[in-house]
Design a protein around this ligand. Structure first.
Ligand code: GAL
Length: 459
C-alpha cells in the first residue's frame, strides 16, 4: 500500500460553464462561451452548455454525491457573468446567493471549497465592448470582480485560484481559435496571456492586502503536458526543454520568478510584451502554491529548418515560435480524447517544477481521463479510468517519495460534463450523467476513488 502524507488533500474538480446550465437564469449575463456554442460549426453536433448537468438546480444532490464518496475538497469555478452580468458594476444578488448556498452546503457536509475565479466564461459584454483579454483595462476589471467574490465568500472560502489554464485561454482562444472567443493570430495569444498574468498579479495583491485577515491562500492553475525528447540527441533534448518553457514557463516563470523565460524573449521578440519593474515585483511570488493541471505526454523533436506538421493535437498555434515538432509513440495507449496515457510523464513534470521553481508546494488541480463509458444494468464499469488514475497516482507517490512537495490532488471530474468543443461526447466523470434526464450514476471509479481517500493511499 502506497500511503500518502497525512493531511494530503483528496478532491475533485468541475467548472461553471461545464456543469451549471441555467444559462438565462438567476440574473446571469451571457458569456463568451454562450455565444461561441450558439455559433454554428464551433461545437460537436452544435451542443451547448445551456443546460449541461443542470447543477444550478441540482447542486444539493451533487454535494450529496461528494459526501457519499468521502470527498475532502471540491474545486469549482464561479461564473463571472453570474456575479456581474456585464463584467462590471454592482453584484447580482441572485448570483451571490447561488454560490453562497453552494459553499454553505459544502461546509455543512465537511467538504472544503477550492474556488476558481475564472474558468474561461468571460462576460460577453467585455468581449464586445473591450476586446476581452487583449485590453489593458482587464486587470482592473478582473480585480474588481474578484473583490466582490472575496468580500462575499472569503469568510468561508480559504482556497482561491485566480485563473484556470491561462495557456488554454490564450492559445486555444486567441491562437488556434478552437475555443471562445475563437480568434486566430500569432500575436494575440501573447497579448492575452500578458493581461491574464497582470490580472492575476493585481488580484493576488488585492487579496493579500485588503483580505489578509481572511487567512486564505491563493494561486493559479496552470496546465502542462510533459515533453519527452524524441531521441537523446542534444537538439531534441533542447527542443523538449524549450517546449516546456513555452508551455509552463510562459506562466510559471512570471509568477514564481518574475518574468518570461529568456528563450521566449529571444524567439518571440517584439511580439512578447514586456513587464515594468513594478509589474515584475507584483508577479514574483504571487502564488501560495503551484497549481498544476496535467493529462498527457508528447515527444518533442527539434524542427529547425523543417516545416511543422499540424496533424498532432497540440501541435498548432505557436509551435512555429518554438520550432518543436510534437508526436506520440504509437505504442502508447490513448484515452477517448486521443491523449496518450503516460504515467511517468507526471512524475517527470513534478520533478521539473520542483527544480525550476525551488521546491514549491504543488497542488495537482486537475488530472483524469475520458473513457468510453456505457450504462449496463444501471452500473458503469470503467476499469480503464481506474487503471489511468492508479498509474498516475502511483507516479505522484514516487515523486512524493523522492521529496517533491505535493499537497493535494483534484480529480477531473466529479461528473461527466460539457467538454468544450467536444460537447457531451467525452466523459471524464466519476459519476455518469444522463444528459437527457439529468440523472447521475455512480461509476466504479468513484467507488475506487472513495477507497483511496479512506485509506489515504493506493494499493
Ligand atoms: C482542462 C480544463 C477542464 C477540462 C479538462 C479535460 O484543460 O481545465 O475544463 O475540460 O481539461 O479536457
Amino acid at each position: 500500500m502506497k500511503k500518502f502524507p497525512d493531511r494530503f488533500i483528496w478532491g475533485a474538480a468541475t467548472s461553471s460553464y461545464q456543469i451549471e446550465g441555467a444559462w438565462l437564469q438567476g440574473g446571469k449575463g451571457l458569456s463568451i462561451w454562450d455565444a461561441f456554442c450558439h455559433t454554428p460549426g464551433k461545437i460537436h453536433q452544435g451542443q451547448t452548455g445551456d443546460v449541461a448537468c443542470d447543477h444550478y438546480h441540482r447542486f444539493r444532490e451533487d454535494v450529496a454525491l461528494m459526501k457519499a464518496m468521502g470527498l475532502q475538497a471540491y474545486r469549482f469555478s464561479i461564473a463571472w457573468p453570474r456575479i456581474q452580468p456585464l463584467g462590471y458594476g454592482k453584484a447580482n444578488a441572485e448570483g451571490i446567493a447561488f454560490y453562497s448556498a453552494l459553499i454553505d452546503e459544502l461546509l455543512a457536509n465537511g467538504i472544503t471549497p477550492w474556488v476558481t475565479l475564472y474558468h474561461w466564461d468571460l462576460p460577453l459584454a467585455l468581449q464586445l465592448e473591450k476586446d476581452g483579454w487583449l485590453n489593458p483595462e482587464m486587470p482592473a476589471l478582473f480585480r474588481a470582480y474578484a473583490d466582490l467574490c472575496f468580500e462575499h465568500f472569503g469568510d468561508r472560502v480559504k482556497n482561491w485560484i485566480t485563473f484556470n489554464e491561462p495557456w488554454v485561454a490564450a492559445i486555444l482562444g486567441y491562437g488556434q481559435g478552437v475555443f471562445a472567443p475563437g480568434r486566430t493570430s500569432n500575436v494575440e495569444p501573447y497579448q492575452a496571456a500578458h493581461q491574464l498574468l497582470l490580472s492575476h498579479a493585481q488580484t493576488v495583491q488585492l487579496y493579500r492586502s485588503k483580505y489578509r485577515e481572511q487567512n486564505g491562500r491563493i494561486g493559479v492553475a496552470n496546465n502542462c503536458d510533459w515533453r519527452e525528447p524524441r531521441t537523446d540527441s542534444p537538439a531534441d533534448q533542447d527542443a523538449a526543454q524549450r517546449a516546456l518553457e513555452f508551455f509552463l514557463g510562459w506562466f510559471g516563470d512570471p509568477v514564481f520568478l518574475g518574468d518570461y523565460p529568456q528563450v521566449m524573449r529571444d524567439r518571440v521578440k517584439e511580439r512578447l510584451p514586456v513587464f515594468t519593474d513594478r509589474e515584475r515585483d507584483w508577479l514574483k511570488g504571487s502564488a501560495d502554491f503551484f497549481g498544476l493541471n496535467h493529462y498527457t505526454t508528447m515527444l518533442a523533436q527539434d524542427s529547425r529548418g523543417a516545416k511543422i506538421s499540424q496533424e498532432v493535437y497540440g501541435n498548432g498555434g505557436l509551435s512555429e515560435d518554438q520550432e518543436v515538432q510534437l508526436s506520440t509513440d504509437p505504442f502508447w495507449q490513448k484515452t477517448e480524447m486521443g491523449w496518450a496515457i503516460v504515467p511517468w510523464g507526471i512524475r517527470k513534470l513534478l520533478h521539473w517544477i520542483d527544480a525550476r521553481y525551488a521546491h514549491p508546494a504543488i497542488v495537482i488541480t486537475e488530472n483524469g481521463c475520458a473513457c468510453p463509458d456505457v450504462v449496463e444494468e444501471g452500473a458503469v464499469h470503467d476499469p480503464m479510468r481506474i487503471a489511468y488514475l492508479s498509474s498516475y497516482l502511483g507516479e505522484v507517490y514516487n515523486a512524493l517519495s523522492a521529496g517533491v512537495d505535493v499537497r493535494g490532488y483534484f480529480l477531473w471530474s466529479l461528473m461527466d460534463n460539457f467538454e468544450w468543443a467536444s460537447g457531451f461526447s467525452k466523459r471524464f466523470g466519476l459519476h455518469y450523467v444522463d444528459f437527457a434526464a439529468g440523472a447521475r450514476i455512480v461509476k466504479d471509479s468513484a467507488k475506487w476513488y472513495s477507497q483511496v481517500i479512506r485509506q489515504n493511499g493506493i494499493d
